[in-house]
Design a protein around this ligand. Structure first.
Ligand SMILES: NC(=O)c1ccc[n+]([C@@H]2O[C@H](COP(=O)([O-])OP(=O)(O)OC[C@H]3O[C@@H](n4cnc5c(N)ncnc54)[C@H](OP(=O)(O)O)[C@@H]3O)[C@@H](O)[C@H]2O)c1
Length: 257
């Protein structure tokens, strides 16, 4: 992916990975439009990065998403890259004796799965008219090897990975490149209360946001379509992406999209 002179719309730009990528793209000479629910944060980030713009957006609201996508395309017709990054991670336990809150389940699935699917649906027709069109989905190393304490989160990320594989093929003839960023554990605001900042006893800790962003930019520039970073590369390899890709080609070969 060319890392300059794009117009980039990013969901979840108020903190962590979305903010880090937004600022890095901004520094490289792209017009960046960030979104999120917290307007104060959006304002502050735009003030610190002159030229960056924002829209308030809750990706779980279909109506708001359609309105914001329409307004963003009207105001920034050069948008040629959309990054679906917004996500939440909720700890839950399905063993008997634990309460499962349906509203929380819905929120996690709507944010992490339906959100990116609707974002793509809202922008694809426009992207197909733009040079260098790119759609980026942010999944997780946990899409490949789930972590038991976050069962629904991991299922949404596995679904994002599976959907991204198909989307990439469906959009090939429309010349929209589809990239998946597969982050490892990164030091951000993600996670439920009680999630440790590191697990020294297991020798595990998060990658710094700065290192993650730097490595991601390098990989994006290399033209990779599946950008697994740090320890996520090991987790993705555990699911043997080459084997999956061969099987994917084999089952899809006889069918038209
Ligand atoms: N950090 C990690 O270890 C890690 C590892 C693998 C994958 N990831 C993925 O990376 C992505 C970014 O996460 P992060 O680690 O940077 O977490 P973060 O610091 O908590 O950032 C999450 C972002 O998502 C936005 N968001 C959450 N719910 C939203 C909604 N309903 N509508 C719109 N925006 C919403 C938040 O903005 P508002 O609250 O302002 O709306 C925030 O900007 C997520 O998809 C996450 O699953 C993270």
């Amino acid at each position: 992916m060319q890392l300059h002179d794009n117009t980039i719309f990013i969901t979840g730009g108020t903190s962590g990975i979305g903010k880090g990528l937004a600022e890095s793209f901004h520094q490289r000479g792209n017009q960046v439009i960030i979104t999120g629910r917290r307007e104060e944060r959006l304002k502050e980030i735009c003030q610190s990065n002159p030229g960056m713009r924002y829209f308030v957006l809750d990706v779980t609201s279909r109506e708001t998403l359609q309105t914001v996508a329409r307004k963003a395309i009207e105001e920034f017709p050069a948008i040629n890259c959309v990054v679906s990054n917004a996500g939440i991670q909720i700890r839950c336990n399905f063993a008997p004796g634990n309460a499962i809150d349906d509203h929380v389940l819905q929120q996690e699935i709507d944010t992490n799965l339906l959100g990116p699917i609707r974002v793509a649906a809202a922008f694809i027709a426009h992207l197909a008219t733009r040079p260098g069109a790119t759609l980026v989905n942010v999944s997780s190393g946990l899409a490949f090897v789930p972590m038991v304490r976050f069962p629904v989160y991991c299922a949404t990320k596995a679904a994002i990975h599976a959907w991204t594989l198909s989307l990439r093929e469906q959009l090939r003839s429309a010349s929209v490149r589809v990239i998946e960023i597969v982050p490892p554990w990164v030091a951000t605001e993600l996670g439920s209360p009680g999630t440790p900042a590191s697990i020294p006893s297991a020798g595990r800790g998060p990658m710094s946001l700065e290192a993650f962003v730097a490595e991601t930019m390098k990989e994006l520039e290399s033209g990779a379509e599946e950008v697994a970073i740090g320890d996520a590369r090991r987790l993705a390899a555990a699911a043997s992406p080459d084997t999956v890709k061969k099987a994917f080609s084999a089952i899809n070969a006889p069918w038209v999209t």
